[in-house]
Design a protein around this ligand. Structure first.
Ligand code: F6P
Length: 319
């Protein structure tokens, strides 16, 4: 293999830049030419492809977002769209592709691999919802962003003796809500993996008030319902003075934490090693701090598993 490409796709995540840097520099280190594809699969179809040099990825390891930019591309879901993408790569002599993104991006990578073009997936999403890896790039940074916000909300919640509902991202997964809720000491964490039980949430709040608690923080994963909808149901059930904070896209921004920079650097470099070894159709991940790689198609067929031990612990510690 002499030429490889790299793109970022789907929702951006802090640490994607560190992953792009790792792919480019690891490739150049092994005498490959590395091409950056801008705007994800959209840029692949339209040929927004440029050769990257060592300096192209200088001064980005600490930046959020992605210098390659990202997009959600409907055309790439069609066979014709994917065919156009492969043609763009082949006419430049590019022989392998690293795709940094979430499960939608992985589906694209798998489809390209099935067309005979070897791809390796690198998990980049704040949702932490990719099967086959314990952590995705961006999750740790988003988690810290949420914790910082909840700590601040706690100050005002306690001054005014209010109940706060904080809606966090995560798509259909509860990881971000769960980890943030446990780390920020939320009273209740509502996640899609466990059906909402308003009666138990209500009795927990009342119990807290009875023992003198002046405020409550409830983290609601967006995959359950919107924070405003949840707060309305809660107010109807309890009459507590409730406020809502929807954290939104701020969760996707910011300088990546050391954990995300390390993860991105290690996973990006491993993806290049796999392409050099002729192993397409793989995805890289981390398990017990060891790098792993696995079949893309198999991973896509698996459901994402939330860590139920952590969920149980969150309930035990928020009595
Ligand atoms: O997948 C990342 C994510 O931020 C999800 O948490 C969220 O549901 C979605 O993307 C939002 O997508 P968009 O930026 O297209 O509104």
């Amino acid at each position: 293999m002499k030429r490889i490409g790299v793109l970022t796709s789907g929702g951006d995540a802090p640490g994607m830049n560190a992953a792009v840097r790792a792919v480019v520099r690891k490739g150049i280190y092994h005498d490959l030419e590395v091409y950056g594809i801008y705007q994800g699969y959209h840029g692949l179809i339209t040929g927004q492809i440029e050769k990257m040099e060592v300096g192209s990825v200088g001064d980005i390891i600490h930046r959020g977002g992605t210098i390659l930019r990202s997009a959600r591309c409907k055309e790439f879901k069609t066979k014709e769209g994917r065919q156009k993408g492969v043609e763009q790569l082949r006419k430049r002599g590019i022989e392998g592709l690293v795709v940094i993104g979430g499960d939608g991006s992985y589906r694209g990578a798998q489809a390209l691999t099935e067309l005979g073009f070897p791809c390796v997936g690198v998990p980049g999403t704040i949702d932490n919802d990719i099967p086959g890896t314990e952590f995705t790039i961006g999750f740790d940074t988003a988690l810290n962003t949420v914790i910082d916000a909840v700590d601040k909300i706690r100050d005002t919640a306690s001054s005014h003796e209010r109940t706060f509902v904080v809606e966090v991202m995560g798509r259909n997964a509860g990881d971000l809500a769960l980890w943030a809720g446990l780390s920020a000491g939320a009273e209740t964490i509502v996640i899609p993996e466990d059906p909402v039980d308003m009666e138990s949430i209500k009795s927990r709040l009342i119990k807290g008030h009875e023992r003198g608690k002046k405020h409550s923080i409830i983290i609601v994963a967006e995959g359950v319902m919107g924070g405003n909808e949840f707060a309305q149901k809660l107010e109807e059930a309890t009459n507590f003075d409730t406020r809502v904070s929807v954290l939104g896209h701020m969760q996707r921004g910011g300088s990546p934490t050391a954990v995300d920079r390390m993860l991105a650097s290690r996973l990006g470099a491993r993806a290049v090693e796999l392409l050099i070894a002729g192993k397409g159709g793989r995805a890289v991940g981390i398990k017990r701090n060891q790098l792993v790689d696995y079949d893309l198609a198999e991973a896509l067929a698996l459901p994402h598993q939330l860590d139920l031990d952590i969920y149980r612990l969150s309930k035990e510690l928020s009595i």
